[in-house]
Every structure is written in C-alpha cells, then in structure tokens.
Design a protein around this ligand. Structure first.
Ligand SMILES: [Zn+2]
Length: 288
C-alpha cells in the first residue's frame, strides 16, 4: 500500500506533469470507486475542470481544481496513478480515466480494486483531514517530534507498532516503513508504549525521519504493486533490512529476522536486536 514516501513521489510527479492540464472527459470504470458524490455527479462535475495544484496529507493525494473543489485519492493496497501517452493502451484493472488536454490520460489502475476517490468542497475536505496526526517530515515534527511522541504515547499501554500505524497519532506511516523504523530504533513491535524511555523516544523519532526521508529520496518502495506516475518502480525496496526478510540474517547481528503477527499485521523484526522485555534485557546487561 502506498505510504507517505510513495504518495509524496506521485504528488511531485503530478505537480511537474499534470498541474495546469484541463480535464476534458471523465470515465469511471468501477462502480465502487467513487465514495462521494454519486458516480454520475462525479463525472459531470469533474469534466471541464482545470487542475490547479497537487498536495499530500498523510496517505491522501489531493488534486486541486479551479472550481475550488478537490479530487481526493486514496490509493489503497494496489492503486497506481499512471500518466499514459496516447499510443499506450491500458486494459486491465482500470478504475478511472481522466482525459487531459494534449491527448494524455491520467489512469487509476488497481488490481485489488480497493482504491477510492472523492470530490470534495473545501469544508468537506477540511472535515475529512481534521483527525489526522502531524506530518512527520514537516518542520514542527522534525524539531519537536520526540517530545510529541513521548507526551502523546508514554501513558499508553498499547503496543508501539499499532500506535505508529494509527493515522491519528502520526500521518503517513504504513506496514512497510513501520517495521524498518522499529528496527532502526531497536524497539520490539510489541513493546508497550509506557515502557519506552526518554532516550528511546528520541531514537524512535530519529528513525521515523530517517526512514521516511530515505523512502522519498528513493522514490518509494515497490514490494509488489507500487509504481510512480511514469510506471516505474521505486528503489527503496533495495534498502529494506527487515520487511519481508524473514529467514534471512539480520544485517546487524548473528540472528535471523522473523515474521509474526502484531496487531493483526504481518510484522518483521530481529528478536535479538529488538527486545520485547526491556527489563529482562537490562538485567542481562547488568549480569554481564
Ligand atoms: Zn539483529
């Protein structure tokens, strides 16, 4: 599923390649795609709109239109937004085609068909985004994120992995980057938030910044379905240490990476580097 770095990459492409274009015609090819308004209204209202901007909030991709409305994409598990030249013919898994001036098409393709779009006015958009937590790569979180995480989470007895996936806590982190982040921070995914020390909150904060920034720099992670707007894979999959590396050696110790369910999600970690019970770990250290 596209997470912050993938949606950020797509957004940058739209800014360079699509902003300024006129939507001449709209074809919704999957009746489940449009959440709001009705499919008929969506097609009618969107046709003739000019694209004036593109931005991202959490995993939402937001395309601004000259009417003041916004087209909001949620590229769920397998969503690909592809800018297709006139000669190329996409036939499978198409959910939406936006015909643009200059004989181009912006196509939403999704084999899993979980992607959703909404056409919202300003108030509806604000409402939709209002519950989301801070953007991890923005200045406020870069500077004060360690303190924010500690103050928000340190009284919680929940496991740290599901907390980081909660979009109300922090925006944009999904199942791939969270495993890499926890590995860097040396935190077991089942570690209870109320046992995390000051120093560990700082390391967790640094790991969030480092992993998400690297994901953006490498134009996203393609494990299976993610493609950028020009139909290219990302490169960050070449830098993963634990995600789907179960059975392989940990890059930092003699142990092996394992895969277990945590909070219902497949989770990859090194049981030697990421200890669940910090007290036991500390005791061992003092005994040595
Ligand atoms: Zn290890």
């Amino acid at each position: 599923m596209p997470e912050l770095p993938e949606v950020e990459t797509i957004k940058e492409h739209l800014r360079k390649l699509v902003v300024g274009s006129l939507i001449t015609q709209v074809a919704v090819l999957d009746p489940g795609l449009v959440e709001q308004p009705s499919t008929e209204e969506f097609e009618r209202e969107l046709g003739g709109e000019r694209i004036t901007g593109a931005w991202r909030r959490a995993k939402h991709l937001i395309v601004e239109l000259d009417s003041g409305n916004s087209l909001v994409f949620q590229l769920k598990i397998g969503g690909q937004l592809l800018l297709v030249p006139p000669v190329e013919e996409l036939k499978t898994a198409l959910m939406l085609v936006l015909y643009l001036d200059g004989d181009r098409r912006l196509c939403l393709r999704d084999e899993t068909r979980f992607s959703r779009v909404r056409l919202l006015n300003t108030e509806e958009l604000e409402e939709r985004l209002s519950a989301l937590g801070p953007e991890p790569l923005e200045e406020e979180f870069r500077e004060n994120g360690a303190k924010y995480l500690r103050e928000t989470l340190s009284s919680r007895r929940a496991q740290i992995k599901p907390l980081l996936l909660d979009q109300k806590v922090v925006s944009g982190i999904g199942n791939i980057y969270v495993d890499e982040i926890l590995y860097d921070a040396r935190l077991h995914p089942r570690r209870k938030a109320n046992t995390i020390s000051n120093e560990e909150w700082k390391e967790l904060h640094a790991a969030i910044l480092k992993n998400l920034a690297a994901g953006v720099e490498h134009r996203g992670t393609t494990v299976r379905l993610y493609k950028d707007v020009l139909n290219r894979t990302g490169e960050h999959q070449n830098y993963l240490r634990v995600f789907e590396k179960h059975g392989k050696s940990c890059p930092d110790c003699e142990g092996k990476v394992v895969r277990e369910k945590v909070g219902g999600r497949p989770t990859h970690f090194c049981p030697s580097c990421q200890r669940e019970n910090w007290r036991e770990g500390e005791q061992e250290l003092t005994l040595v």
